[in-house]
Design a protein around this ligand. Structure first.
Ligand SMILES: [Zn+2]
Length: 240
């Protein structure tokens, strides 16, 4: 490798894909997408730019997909049955659902279990609504504590966050609105706190830097130096 690196880009549909080009003594061209979403192309010495661009163009769909994985990988969530023995995750830990007959309807969490008591333990719709309500309430408490903490830190970097809302989202862990509102996926309560914090901080940074340019990552790094470790953990998260 001769250490010589250049910035090039190609147009792919409406997207502009920028990449760094390096040369090496290798025989084939390699394309890597890094966790900071940068694209590095290593080409055999003396490869013409046009040949490199053509190769990148051919792999463009894959590059876009890789970037999306790094950005906000949300695993598909299996349908839940809300029956005894089923496992549910809360703040990165697994809990087993235990449904029992009882006088009043309630949900309590203890020693690795979510204990649901209700008058008619066969009423699965009722179990579902009790459990979902419990998760929603706890998501509200946890997210609001973390949002307050991190939006306070973000203010020092000129980021003004208004509030957050909890949403059901199919593909993303979080997003934000132009008005300064963060939207957090309700399923995020399944992830460890360090990952929830990462999603919050990522979206807070978007309030100031909309795209994933260098400024965005500089800001993210200042606010949360270990963000990559957190995102890797998030990508490994299993929701149910
Ligand atoms: Zn983003």
């Amino acid at each position: 490798m001769n250490g010589f690196m250049r910035e090039l880009s190609i147009q792919y549909g409406r997207k502009r894909i920028e990449f760094q080009l390096m040369y090496s003594a290798r025989k084939t061209l390699a394309i890597d997408v890094h966790p900071d979403l940068s694209v590095v192309v290593t080409a055999p010495n003396d490869t013409a730019d046009s040949a490199v661009e053509e190769k990148v163009h051919k792999r463009a769909a894959w590059i876009v997909q890789q970037r999306r994985l790094f950005e906000s990988y949300l695993p598909s969530i299996p349908p839940r049955q809300y029956v005894s023995g089923e496992s549910h995750r809360y703040l990165g830990r697994q809990y087993r659902l235990r449904v029992r007959q009882g006088d009043d309807d309630n949900v309590k969490m203890s020693r690795g279990q979510i204990n649901v008591t209700l008058a008619n333990s066969r009423n699965r719709d009722r179990v579902r609504s009790l459990v979902q309500r419990w998760f929603r309430e706890h998501a509200g408490i946890v997210f609001s504590q973390l949002f307050d903490e991190w939006s306070e830190k973000a203010r020092r970097f000129g980021i003004e966050a208004d509030s957050f809302q909890i949403r059901k989202m199919k593909t993303r862990w979080g997003s934000c609105t132009q008005g300064g509102t963060l939207l957090l996926n309700s399923e995020l309560i399944a992830a460890p706190k360090m990952c929830i914090e990462y999603v919050i901080v990522h979206e807070l940074c978007h309030l100031k830097e909309h795209n994933h340019g260098n400024e965005f990552f500089n800001l993210l790094k200042k606010l949360m130096p270990d963000w990559e470790r957190r995102r890797e953990r998030l990508n490994k998260c299993v929701v149910a």
